[in-house]
Design a protein around this ligand. Sequence first.
Ligand code: GAF
Length: 384
Amino acid sequence: MSDSELADTAVDMFRREFGGGPDSVWAAPGRVNLIGEHVDYAGGLCLPIALPHSTSAAVSPRSDGLIRLRSTEAGPWDGRLADVGPGRPDGWAAYPAGVIWALRENGLFTDDFGGVDVAFVSAVPIGAGLSSSAALECSLALALVSDADRVELAAACVRAENEVARAPTGGMDQAASLLASEGQALLLDSASDSMSQVPFDPEGLTLLVVDTRAPHRLADGAYAQRRGTVERAARRLGVGSLRELADQGRGGIDAVQSLQDDALRRRARHVISEIARVRLAVQALHSGDFAELGRLLYASHLSLSRDFEVSCAELDNAVESTLIAGALGARMTGGGFGGSAIALIPPGRVDEAVEIVRSRAEERGLTEPEFATVTASPPARRLI
Ligand code: GAF
């Protein structure tokens, strides 16, 4: 959807739900992570881009304290700030209501919060591992406190997700949605909370997103479990986070290899090898070496599949099939257990790649995937 279609749809929905026009309309994108997966909660480096797909939020302030939330994707929620806190409400409303709660907890409202009507329209596919929840959070955060520092807005969105929605995610998705730039990948360093832009212009290559449409099996519990294992490995090795070992080169790898517990050793090995791959990927992007970038993407996928065990048949099929079709590299992106893969496809090969992924999925009895070609797109913004 173009920005004007996204804005018109949100205005129409707002009028239908609330009977008048909105005060303003905002949009925030989903993301794909080029590389640096399952490392943001271990002090690591990641390299997402913002997607051309956004969620829009049509918003009007109220003065009676009521919060009314509507979405194209889910049922309505009405409540007040007093109804929102750690673990409540349930369901999708935890994300937007949680943002309002976290903005207040973090002191980002300069005036008293008087309530709000919001209509969300999502053009980010839900459940595809493309950060539709971060897009929703960030569109609302920006709408409510548009003059705040975006780093602080991202922190409030993460707090909403961690504390209110009880999803123990890292901060990559919200940073990408609020802070990425068009034509650039965002290099995020979660150890220092610093970030910089890396040009992402794949010169005739296409970045293909394969949404496997595989259900996120066990996604929430398994994500928390992986994060717990990574934190346990750090404690066992006597460091605050595995990033400290990643920065020690050979010594860090030897320390990880000395872990007796097989699962701890493999999870930790993924984290420190992935951080090294992000550094190499940044160099490859700076020198325009897309063959090297492709090699790193596939090495990342193998590590996520074998050592971290967050891939699945659908993601492996997307990766292997695009490689057969001539992709320079491919990998699962996001939390895994379903969701999406990305592939870097040479000129003129996209149709063939789509066909091969589709036919091999059918042969294996897997759900028919969906496809999008994407570029590094603008971050959260005002539409109207
Ligand atoms: C999800 C989380 F929200 C991110 O913080 C990140 O950990 C990612 O999974 C895995 O890299 O998208």
